[in-house]
Design a protein around this ligand. Structure first.
Ligand code: NAX
Length: 364
Protein backbone atom coordinates (compact mmCIF):
# COMPACT_ATOMS: atom_id res chain seq x y z
CA UNK A 1 0.00 0.00 0.00
CA UNK A 2 1.18 3.53 -0.80
CA UNK A 3 1.43 6.16 1.87
CA UNK A 4 -1.92 8.03 2.16
CA UNK A 5 -2.39 11.55 0.84
CA UNK A 6 -4.35 14.22 2.67
CA UNK A 7 -7.35 15.79 0.97
CA UNK A 8 -8.98 18.80 2.64
CA UNK A 9 -12.53 19.67 1.52
CA UNK A 10 -14.58 22.72 2.56
CA UNK A 11 -18.35 22.72 2.27
CA UNK A 12 -18.07 19.03 3.13
CA UNK A 13 -21.71 18.75 4.24
CA UNK A 14 -23.02 20.54 1.13
CA UNK A 15 -24.65 19.16 -2.01
CA UNK A 16 -21.57 18.89 -4.23
CA UNK A 17 -19.59 17.16 -1.49
CA UNK A 18 -22.37 14.64 -1.01
CA UNK A 19 -21.85 13.51 -4.59
CA UNK A 20 -18.08 13.80 -4.31
CA UNK A 21 -16.67 12.44 -1.06
CA UNK A 22 -17.74 8.83 -1.61
CA UNK A 23 -16.14 8.80 -5.05
CA UNK A 24 -12.89 10.27 -3.71
CA UNK A 25 -12.87 7.54 -1.09
CA UNK A 26 -13.39 4.97 -3.85
CA UNK A 27 -10.19 6.18 -5.54
CA UNK A 28 -11.68 8.22 -8.38
CA UNK A 29 -9.79 11.46 -7.71
CA UNK A 30 -6.17 10.52 -7.18
CA UNK A 31 -5.98 6.91 -8.32
CA UNK A 32 -7.35 3.46 -7.59
CA UNK A 33 -4.22 2.45 -5.66
CA UNK A 34 -3.83 5.61 -3.58
CA UNK A 35 -5.07 5.63 0.04
CA UNK A 36 -6.60 8.92 1.17
CA UNK A 37 -7.14 10.82 4.39
CA UNK A 38 -10.23 13.05 4.24
CA UNK A 39 -9.99 16.28 6.23
CA UNK A 40 -13.57 17.56 6.14
CA UNK A 41 -14.20 21.23 6.88
CA UNK A 42 -17.53 22.92 7.59
CA UNK A 43 -19.02 25.88 9.40
CA UNK A 44 -19.81 25.12 13.07
CA UNK A 45 -23.57 24.75 12.55
CA UNK A 46 -23.05 22.01 9.94
CA UNK A 47 -20.81 19.79 12.08
CA UNK A 48 -23.63 17.45 13.11
CA UNK A 49 -24.76 16.69 9.53
CA UNK A 50 -21.08 16.31 8.68
CA UNK A 51 -20.74 13.70 11.41
CA UNK A 52 -23.56 11.76 9.71
CA UNK A 53 -21.72 11.86 6.40
CA UNK A 54 -18.54 10.65 8.07
CA UNK A 55 -20.50 7.74 9.55
CA UNK A 56 -21.78 6.81 6.09
CA UNK A 57 -18.27 6.98 4.68
CA UNK A 58 -17.13 4.65 7.42
CA UNK A 59 -20.02 2.31 6.67
CA UNK A 60 -18.91 1.98 3.05
CA UNK A 61 -15.69 0.30 4.28
CA UNK A 62 -13.67 1.76 1.41
CA UNK A 63 -10.28 0.00 1.40
CA UNK A 64 -8.57 3.23 0.27
CA UNK A 65 -10.08 5.43 2.99
CA UNK A 66 -7.33 5.60 5.61
CA UNK A 67 -9.07 8.02 7.99
CA UNK A 68 -11.45 10.96 8.30
CA UNK A 69 -11.12 14.08 10.41
CA UNK A 70 -13.70 16.86 10.85
CA UNK A 71 -12.94 20.51 11.44
CA UNK A 72 -14.84 23.73 12.04
CA UNK A 73 -11.64 25.78 11.80
CA UNK A 74 -10.10 25.94 8.35
CA UNK A 75 -6.59 26.35 9.81
CA UNK A 76 -6.88 22.93 11.48
CA UNK A 77 -8.48 21.18 8.53
CA UNK A 78 -5.85 22.14 6.03
CA UNK A 79 -2.76 20.98 7.98
CA UNK A 80 -0.46 18.90 5.79
CA UNK A 81 -3.00 18.75 2.95
CA UNK A 82 -1.69 17.64 -0.43
CA UNK A 83 -4.96 18.56 -2.14
CA UNK A 84 -7.40 21.26 -1.06
CA UNK A 85 -10.88 21.53 -2.56
CA UNK A 86 -12.45 24.89 -1.69
CA UNK A 87 -16.11 24.13 -2.32
CA UNK A 88 -17.83 25.90 0.59
CA UNK A 89 -19.00 29.42 -0.12
CA UNK A 90 -21.89 31.66 0.70
CA UNK A 91 -24.62 31.01 -1.86
CA UNK A 92 -26.13 33.79 -3.93
CA UNK A 93 -29.31 34.89 -2.16
CA UNK A 94 -32.54 36.06 -3.85
CA UNK A 95 -32.00 39.39 -5.62
CA UNK A 96 -28.29 39.36 -4.78
CA UNK A 97 -26.03 40.91 -7.43
CA UNK A 98 -22.92 39.07 -8.57
CA UNK A 99 -20.79 41.90 -7.17
CA UNK A 100 -22.44 41.46 -3.74
CA UNK A 101 -21.65 37.74 -3.87
CA UNK A 102 -18.04 38.57 -4.68
CA UNK A 103 -17.62 40.93 -1.75
CA UNK A 104 -19.41 38.52 0.62
CA UNK A 105 -17.06 35.63 -0.21
CA UNK A 106 -13.81 37.48 -0.81
CA UNK A 107 -12.56 37.79 2.80
CA UNK A 108 -13.18 34.09 3.40
CA UNK A 109 -10.95 33.11 0.50
CA UNK A 110 -8.24 35.56 1.56
CA UNK A 111 -8.13 33.87 4.98
CA UNK A 112 -8.12 30.43 3.40
CA UNK A 113 -5.22 31.41 1.12
CA UNK A 114 -3.20 32.57 4.15
CA UNK A 115 -3.94 29.35 6.02
CA UNK A 116 -3.01 27.15 3.05
CA UNK A 117 0.22 29.11 2.78
CA UNK A 118 0.98 28.45 6.41
CA UNK A 119 -0.29 24.94 7.08
CA UNK A 120 -0.72 22.90 3.89
CA UNK A 121 1.89 20.66 2.31
CA UNK A 122 4.44 22.66 0.26
CA UNK A 123 3.43 20.75 -2.87
CA UNK A 124 -0.30 21.35 -2.33
CA UNK A 125 -2.69 21.52 -5.28
CA UNK A 126 -5.71 23.75 -4.71
CA UNK A 127 -8.98 23.73 -6.64
CA UNK A 128 -11.48 26.54 -6.05
CA UNK A 129 -15.10 25.62 -6.79
CA UNK A 130 -17.07 28.08 -4.63
CA UNK A 131 -18.34 30.98 -6.70
CA UNK A 132 -17.16 33.32 -8.09
CA UNK A 133 -14.56 30.58 -8.59
CA UNK A 134 -11.96 32.42 -10.73
CA UNK A 135 -11.83 35.49 -8.53
CA UNK A 136 -11.88 33.45 -5.34
CA UNK A 137 -8.88 31.50 -6.70
CA UNK A 138 -7.12 34.79 -7.42
CA UNK A 139 -7.74 36.00 -3.87
CA UNK A 140 -6.58 32.74 -2.27
CA UNK A 141 -3.47 32.55 -4.44
CA UNK A 142 -2.50 36.20 -3.90
CA UNK A 143 -2.70 35.57 -0.14
CA UNK A 144 -0.32 32.60 -0.29
CA UNK A 145 3.06 34.28 -0.86
CA UNK A 146 5.19 31.17 -0.24
CA UNK A 147 3.42 28.98 -2.79
CA UNK A 148 3.50 29.18 -6.57
CA UNK A 149 0.41 30.70 -8.23
CA UNK A 150 0.53 27.57 -10.40
CA UNK A 151 -0.62 25.57 -7.36
CA UNK A 152 -4.04 27.29 -7.46
CA UNK A 153 -6.76 26.56 -10.02
CA UNK A 154 -10.46 27.32 -10.52
CA UNK A 155 -13.05 24.85 -11.76
CA UNK A 156 -14.18 25.36 -15.36
CA UNK A 157 -14.17 21.66 -16.15
CA UNK A 158 -17.92 21.53 -15.63
CA UNK A 159 -18.30 24.01 -18.51
CA UNK A 160 -15.86 21.92 -20.56
CA UNK A 161 -17.81 18.73 -19.84
CA UNK A 162 -21.12 20.43 -20.60
CA UNK A 163 -19.76 21.55 -23.96
CA UNK A 164 -18.66 18.02 -24.73
CA UNK A 165 -21.84 16.34 -23.49
CA UNK A 166 -24.26 18.66 -25.25
CA UNK A 167 -22.28 18.53 -28.50
CA UNK A 168 -22.24 14.73 -28.29
CA UNK A 169 -25.98 14.62 -27.83
CA UNK A 170 -26.55 17.07 -30.69
CA UNK A 171 -24.38 15.18 -33.17
CA UNK A 172 -25.02 11.64 -31.99
CA UNK A 173 -21.30 11.10 -31.35
CA UNK A 174 -19.92 9.36 -28.29
CA UNK A 175 -18.39 12.01 -25.96
CA UNK A 176 -15.17 9.97 -26.16
CA UNK A 177 -14.93 10.85 -29.84
CA UNK A 178 -15.00 14.60 -29.12
CA UNK A 179 -11.67 16.27 -28.45
CA UNK A 180 -9.94 19.62 -28.15
CA UNK A 181 -12.74 21.69 -26.68
CA UNK A 182 -11.59 24.94 -25.10
CA UNK A 183 -13.48 26.95 -22.52
CA UNK A 184 -11.98 30.43 -22.18
CA UNK A 185 -12.34 32.94 -19.37
CA UNK A 186 -14.63 33.16 -16.39
CA UNK A 187 -16.90 30.50 -14.90
CA UNK A 188 -19.89 32.75 -15.52
CA UNK A 189 -22.30 33.61 -18.29
CA UNK A 190 -19.49 35.39 -20.20
CA UNK A 191 -17.40 32.22 -20.58
CA UNK A 192 -16.59 31.23 -24.14
CA UNK A 193 -17.05 27.54 -25.01
CA UNK A 194 -14.96 27.35 -28.20
CA UNK A 195 -15.40 24.66 -30.84
CA UNK A 196 -12.91 26.36 -33.17
CA UNK A 197 -10.29 23.62 -32.68
CA UNK A 198 -12.58 20.79 -31.56
CA UNK A 199 -12.82 17.55 -33.47
CA UNK A 200 -15.48 14.87 -33.66
CA UNK A 201 -13.98 11.50 -34.54
CA UNK A 202 -10.87 13.32 -35.76
CA UNK A 203 -12.68 15.72 -38.15
CA UNK A 204 -13.27 19.43 -37.42
CA UNK A 205 -16.39 19.83 -35.28
CA UNK A 206 -17.48 23.08 -36.89
CA UNK A 207 -17.73 21.35 -40.28
CA UNK A 208 -20.24 18.95 -38.74
CA UNK A 209 -22.64 21.40 -37.11
CA UNK A 210 -24.62 24.36 -38.38
CA UNK A 211 -22.58 27.50 -37.78
CA UNK A 212 -25.64 29.59 -36.96
CA UNK A 213 -26.68 27.02 -34.34
CA UNK A 214 -23.18 27.11 -32.84
CA UNK A 215 -22.96 30.91 -32.65
CA UNK A 216 -26.55 31.75 -31.73
CA UNK A 217 -27.76 28.83 -29.64
CA UNK A 218 -25.03 26.47 -28.51
CA UNK A 219 -22.74 29.03 -26.87
CA UNK A 220 -25.62 30.62 -24.96
CA UNK A 221 -26.88 27.23 -23.88
CA UNK A 222 -23.54 26.37 -22.26
CA UNK A 223 -23.22 29.82 -20.69
CA UNK A 224 -26.68 29.50 -19.11
CA UNK A 225 -26.66 25.81 -18.31
CA UNK A 226 -26.18 26.35 -14.58
CA UNK A 227 -29.21 28.65 -14.40
CA UNK A 228 -31.30 26.22 -16.48
CA UNK A 229 -30.51 23.40 -14.05
CA UNK A 230 -31.47 25.52 -11.04
CA UNK A 231 -34.73 26.43 -12.77
CA UNK A 232 -35.58 22.82 -13.59
CA UNK A 233 -34.34 21.12 -10.47
CA UNK A 234 -34.73 23.77 -7.81
CA UNK A 235 -31.10 23.22 -6.78
CA UNK A 236 -27.80 23.98 -8.45
CA UNK A 237 -25.80 21.33 -10.28
CA UNK A 238 -24.18 19.05 -7.75
CA UNK A 239 -23.58 15.61 -9.30
CA UNK A 240 -22.15 17.04 -12.52
CA UNK A 241 -20.03 19.47 -10.51
CA UNK A 242 -18.66 16.53 -8.49
CA UNK A 243 -17.86 14.67 -11.71
CA UNK A 244 -16.04 17.75 -13.04
CA UNK A 245 -14.01 18.10 -9.82
CA UNK A 246 -12.91 14.46 -10.07
CA UNK A 247 -11.97 14.93 -13.75
CA UNK A 248 -10.08 18.18 -13.06
CA UNK A 249 -8.03 16.76 -10.20
CA UNK A 250 -7.43 13.35 -11.80
CA UNK A 251 -6.08 14.91 -14.98
CA UNK A 252 -3.98 17.47 -13.12
CA UNK A 253 -2.41 14.71 -11.03
CA UNK A 254 -2.20 11.93 -13.60
CA UNK A 255 -1.94 13.80 -16.93
CA UNK A 256 -4.23 14.48 -19.86
CA UNK A 257 -4.70 11.89 -22.60
CA UNK A 258 -2.60 12.20 -25.74
CA UNK A 259 -4.22 14.19 -28.56
CA UNK A 260 -6.51 16.02 -26.19
CA UNK A 261 -6.56 18.82 -23.66
CA UNK A 262 -8.81 20.10 -20.88
CA UNK A 263 -9.94 23.52 -19.64
CA UNK A 264 -8.73 24.85 -16.30
CA UNK A 265 -9.02 28.25 -14.63
CA UNK A 266 -5.38 29.20 -14.00
CA UNK A 267 -3.33 32.32 -13.55
CA UNK A 268 -2.73 33.95 -16.92
CA UNK A 269 0.87 34.24 -18.09
CA UNK A 270 -0.18 36.55 -20.92
CA UNK A 271 -0.81 33.74 -23.44
CA UNK A 272 -3.22 34.73 -26.23
CA UNK A 273 -2.91 38.36 -25.13
CA UNK A 274 -4.92 37.79 -21.95
CA UNK A 275 -3.97 40.14 -19.13
CA UNK A 276 -1.33 38.58 -16.88
CA UNK A 277 -2.21 37.73 -13.32
CA UNK A 278 -5.97 37.04 -13.56
CA UNK A 279 -7.43 33.54 -13.19
CA UNK A 280 -8.69 32.76 -16.67
CA UNK A 281 -9.76 29.45 -18.15
CA UNK A 282 -7.36 28.20 -20.83
CA UNK A 283 -6.97 24.94 -22.72
CA UNK A 284 -4.16 23.08 -20.93
CA UNK A 285 -2.24 19.83 -21.08
CA UNK A 286 -1.15 18.20 -17.84
CA UNK A 287 1.90 16.06 -17.16
CA UNK A 288 4.13 15.38 -14.15
CA UNK A 289 1.43 16.97 -11.96
CA UNK A 290 1.87 20.27 -13.80
CA UNK A 291 -0.11 21.99 -16.50
CA UNK A 292 0.88 24.01 -19.52
CA UNK A 293 -1.30 26.22 -21.67
CA UNK A 294 -1.81 24.82 -25.18
CA UNK A 295 0.05 27.26 -27.41
CA UNK A 296 -0.25 28.25 -31.03
CA UNK A 297 -4.01 27.94 -31.54
CA UNK A 298 -5.39 30.16 -34.26
CA UNK A 299 -7.92 32.59 -32.84
CA UNK A 300 -10.64 33.95 -35.15
CA UNK A 301 -12.05 37.47 -34.77
CA UNK A 302 -15.29 35.93 -33.50
CA UNK A 303 -13.39 34.02 -30.82
CA UNK A 304 -11.17 36.98 -29.93
CA UNK A 305 -14.21 39.19 -29.17
CA UNK A 306 -15.63 36.59 -26.83
CA UNK A 307 -12.29 35.98 -25.12
CA UNK A 308 -11.98 39.72 -24.53
CA UNK A 309 -15.50 40.07 -23.14
CA UNK A 310 -14.94 37.44 -20.46
CA UNK A 311 -11.47 38.89 -19.73
CA UNK A 312 -13.10 42.30 -19.14
CA UNK A 313 -15.47 40.77 -16.60
CA UNK A 314 -12.58 39.17 -14.72
CA UNK A 315 -10.66 42.46 -14.67
CA UNK A 316 -13.73 44.16 -13.20
CA UNK A 317 -14.06 41.44 -10.58
CA UNK A 318 -10.40 41.93 -9.71
CA UNK A 319 -11.07 45.63 -9.16
CA UNK A 320 -13.94 44.79 -6.80
CA UNK A 321 -11.61 42.81 -4.52
CA UNK A 322 -8.49 44.94 -5.02
CA UNK A 323 -8.00 45.63 -1.32
CA UNK A 324 -7.69 41.89 -0.64
CA UNK A 325 -4.83 41.41 -3.09
CA UNK A 326 -1.53 42.09 -1.30
CA UNK A 327 0.95 44.08 -3.37
CA UNK A 328 3.85 41.75 -2.56
CA UNK A 329 2.33 38.88 -4.55
CA UNK A 330 1.58 40.92 -7.65
CA UNK A 331 4.98 40.36 -9.26
CA UNK A 332 4.88 36.57 -8.84
CA UNK A 333 1.43 36.48 -10.43
CA UNK A 334 2.48 38.62 -13.38
CA UNK A 335 5.73 36.80 -14.00
CA UNK A 336 4.80 33.18 -13.85
CA UNK A 337 7.76 31.75 -15.69
CA UNK A 338 9.89 32.54 -12.64
CA UNK A 339 7.47 30.74 -10.32
CA UNK A 340 7.30 27.64 -12.44
CA UNK A 341 11.02 27.26 -12.79
CA UNK A 342 11.77 25.11 -9.78
CA UNK A 343 9.56 22.23 -8.78
CA UNK A 344 9.21 20.58 -5.42
CA UNK A 345 8.63 16.86 -5.51
CA UNK A 346 6.67 15.39 -2.67
CA UNK A 347 8.86 13.31 -0.40
CA UNK A 348 7.22 13.45 3.01
CA UNK A 349 3.71 14.39 4.13
CA UNK A 350 4.98 17.77 5.28
CA UNK A 351 3.94 17.59 8.90
CA UNK A 352 6.73 15.90 10.75
CA UNK A 353 9.81 16.26 8.58
CA UNK A 354 9.46 19.30 6.32
CA UNK A 355 13.20 19.45 5.64
CA UNK A 356 13.04 16.14 3.79
CA UNK A 357 11.71 17.52 0.53
CA UNK A 358 13.52 16.53 -2.58
CA UNK A 359 14.17 19.64 -4.67
CA UNK A 360 14.28 19.28 -8.42
CA UNK A 361 15.05 21.68 -11.22
CA UNK A 362 12.36 20.62 -13.59
CA UNK A 363 11.51 23.46 -15.89
CA UNK A 364 8.01 23.49 -17.27
P1 NAX B 1 -24.34 24.00 -0.74
O1 NAX B 1 -24.98 25.27 -0.28
O2 NAX B 1 -25.17 22.77 -0.85
O3 NAX B 1 -23.12 23.64 0.22
C1 NAX B 1 -22.16 24.58 0.58
C2 NAX B 1 -21.63 24.15 1.94
O4 NAX B 1 -20.52 24.99 2.23
C3 NAX B 1 -22.62 24.31 3.08
O5 NAX B 1 -22.70 23.07 3.77
C4 NAX B 1 -22.00 25.41 3.95
O6 NAX B 1 -22.23 25.19 5.33
C5 NAX B 1 -20.52 25.26 3.60
N1 NAX B 1 -19.73 26.47 3.81
C6 NAX B 1 -20.05 27.76 3.57
N2 NAX B 1 -19.04 28.57 3.91
C7 NAX B 1 -18.03 27.77 4.36
C8 NAX B 1 -16.74 28.02 4.86
N3 NAX B 1 -16.26 29.27 4.95
N4 NAX B 1 -15.97 26.96 5.23
C9 NAX B 1 -16.44 25.70 5.13
N5 NAX B 1 -17.68 25.41 4.70
C10 NAX B 1 -18.46 26.43 4.30
O7 NAX B 1 -23.63 24.38 -2.13
P2 NAX B 1 -23.08 23.42 -3.25
O8 NAX B 1 -24.18 23.09 -4.20
O9 NAX B 1 -22.31 22.30 -2.65
O10 NAX B 1 -22.09 24.44 -4.05
C11 NAX B 1 -20.93 24.95 -3.42
C12 NAX B 1 -20.34 26.07 -4.25
O11 NAX B 1 -19.97 25.62 -5.56
C13 NAX B 1 -21.27 27.26 -4.49
O12 NAX B 1 -20.53 28.46 -4.30
C14 NAX B 1 -21.64 27.13 -5.95
O13 NAX B 1 -21.99 28.37 -6.52
C15 NAX B 1 -20.37 26.58 -6.52
N6 NAX B 1 -20.43 25.91 -7.83
C16 NAX B 1 -19.37 26.09 -8.66
C17 NAX B 1 -19.27 25.44 -9.87
C18 NAX B 1 -18.09 25.61 -10.76
O14 NAX B 1 -18.09 25.04 -11.85
N7 NAX B 1 -17.05 26.36 -10.40
C19 NAX B 1 -20.38 24.56 -10.35
C20 NAX B 1 -21.27 24.08 -9.26
C21 NAX B 1 -21.57 25.07 -8.18
O15 NAX B 1 -22.61 25.92 -8.61
Amino acid sequence: MKRPVRIAVTGAAGSISHSLLFRIAAGEMVGRDQPVILQLIEVPRAMEPLRGIAMELEDCAFPLLHSISMHDRFEDGVVGAHYVLLIGARPRGPGMERSELITANAPVFAGQGRAINEFANRDVKVLVVGNPANTNALIASRNAPDLSPAQFTALTRLDHNRTRGILANHTGANPRGIRRISVWGNHSSTQFPDLGHATIYGEPALAQVDEHWYREQFIRKIQRRGAAIIEARGHSSAASAAQAILNHMYDWINGTPENDWVSMGIVSDGSYGIEKGIFYSFPVRCDYGRYQIVQGLEISDFARDRMRETERELLEEMQTVAELLPEDTEASHRNLSVCLRSGITLYDDGISLPEQYLQTDRVL
